[in-house]
Design a protein around this ligand. Structure first.
Ligand code: HEC
Length: 197
């Protein structure tokens, strides 16, 4: 487990707060899918469950390592986290958040400015409230988009803190978007910008 954390850090990627790293479906995809291509391929798409089933079955046809059990777990995950029919929700009025928005909108704590080509430490709590992390209701993943491109994802499980940390390299001044994924209430986005000079 420690090794996984060190590898992630050395790539400048991501951690859950308190970081007992959790190897769920995203970690499984890192093992199985990146043998041929980056996770950007699946994570920049949205599909219905039937379409994800077809895609993952097609990939499994090329790779005997993708077993039936692996396939089921990955199809399940992608159908939730990249569901074409589920909207990404934002705060309607930032000054007057609803109860649901208070629970789900990512609270982003990031520097306003960093030196160009350095890493920006972005701490995110889901949400202002913060969100519960029990088996019935929890945040199962958090995405980072830099310059409107998918950059990374942290997966979470019940019992963990509803917080993650990202360390993207800021080549230029870029918009940052964080999207949280709740097992009950769907997808929620917040945006900021980090200047890099
Ligand atoms: C043996 C190599 C290989 C493995 C392993 C593999 N892929 Fe692919 N994947 C490809 C190739 C080649 C393409 C581009 C051609 C195509 O679309 O078939 C591709 C394309 C894709 C696409 C874009 C096309 C589409 O239908 O949306 C997605 C999404 C995708 N892969 C998901 C996955 C997932 C998820 C996994 C792991 C479960 C995975 N792949 C594992 C070789 C692989």
């Amino acid at each position: 487990m420690k090794k996984a954390v060190i590898i992630m850090l050395s790539l400048g990627l991501v951690l859950a707060w308190g970081s007992t790293s959790f190897a769920g479906p995203k970690a499984l995809m890192e093992t199985l899918c990146t043998r041929c291509h980056k996770l950007k391929r699946p994570f920049t798409k949205k599909k219905t469950r039937a379409q994800w089933e077809a895609t993952v079955n097609r990939m499994a046809g090329r790779s005997p390592q993708i077993t039936a059990a692996n396939k089921a777990e990955i199809i399940d995950f992608l159908s939730k986290v990249r569901d074409v029919d589920a909207p990404v929700q934002t705060a309607k009025d930032a000054a007057k958040l609803t109860e649901k928005e208070k629970l789900h909108i990512p609270s982003i704590n990031a520097p306003r400015k960093v030196a160009a080509r350095s890493k920006a430490k972005i701490r995110v709590q889901i949400g202002k409230a913060p969100h519960p992390m029990n088996k019935e209701h929890y945040i199962y993943a958090v995405d980072l988009y830099v310059n409107n491109r998918w950059e990374d994802m942290v997966e979470l499980e019940p019992g963990q803190e509803p917080g993650v940390e990202f360390l993207p390299t800021m080549y230029k001044t870029f918009p940052i978007e964080i999207v949280s994924h709740c097992n009950v209430d769907g997808h929620w986005s917040a945006k900021t910008e980090i200047k890099a000079e």
